[in-house]
Design a protein around this ligand. Structure first.
Ligand code: CTP
Length: 222
């Protein structure tokens, strides 16, 4: 159990789960994220006195702790709109959602694409980097933590690149196998006066990792 308690007025904003980007009324592009990691972080933070808002993507998972304010989203655009109102109110943002990088450019809401015998092409457009845009609007004192799911041999290089590119305080890097798994093998990369430092947390259940991350966050703001 974590002993350092945050200020009771501290709001923690967490995003979790996949986005679904519609192709037509019944089909979408998504990913394998279960949202479990973000839900565990929300539970750990609420247990430790944070006032938690969880922006949660599609799926059946719900946090156990009833003090957590849960708002559901489906698309990256929904999440972008929620962040616009919720991010300015938070002391820290933990961006665990697996946000789409691309989405269909011309979705057909209300319609269903028909099967034919010819190839079908769907044009995709890039989704804005939501974490980077929060970082551009940050107020002094706000802490931003992002995630990087990467092949094991590129963890360090990619995490350092994302730390810079997204302008965040920390990136939790984990290998590709973490998605939809029970455990996580995480390394947290953060900036310090001499550059970038990293801490490797040995592979553990996601609940154990969540406690570690909340403790790390509390140390940053105390
Ligand atoms: N992220 C975001 N908006 C996006 C895509 C990702 O805010 N459109 C956030 C994720 O929530 C995560 C971090 O950025 O905290 C890293 O996500 P990742 O998919 O690993 O990185 P990308 O920005 O997509 O870069 P790349 O495709 O090069 O890995």
């Amino acid at each position: 159990m974590i002993s350092t308690m945050p200020h009771t007025k501290d709001n923690l904003l967490i995003t979790a789960g996949p986005t679904q980007e519609p192709i037509d009324e019944v089909r979408f592009i998504s990913n394998r994220s279960s949202g479990r990691l973000g839900v565990e972080i929300a539970n750990a933070a609420a247990r430790n006195g944070w006032s938690v808002t969880l922006l949660l993507g599609p799926g059946v998972l719900q946090p156990e702790d009833t003090r957590i304010r849960v708002i559901r989203f489906r698309t990256a655009a929904d999440l972008q709109a929620l962040l616009l109102t919720e991010f300015p109110r938070c002391r820290a943002l933990v961006m665990a959602a697996a946000v789409a990088d691309y989405r269909p450019k011309h979705p057909s809401p209300g319609a269903k694409l028909r099967r034919t015998d010819t190839d079908l092409q769907i044009d995709l457009e890039p989704v804005p980097d939501l974490l980077a845009s929060c970082s551009r609007q940050r107020q002094p004192g706000q802490v931003l933590i992002g995630f990087a799911l990467e092949p094991a041999d590129r963890l360090r290089e990619s995490a350092q690149d994302k730390l810079e590119r997204k302008g965040v305080d920390a990136i939790v890097a984990n290998p590709l196998g973490t998605m939809d798994a029970d455990t996580i093998d995480a390394t947290i990369f953060s900036r310090d006066h001499s550059g970038v430092s990293s801490i490797h947390w040995p592979e553990s259940p996601k609940g154990v990792f969540a406690d570690r991350l909340v403790r790390w966050l509390q140390e940053q703001i105390s």
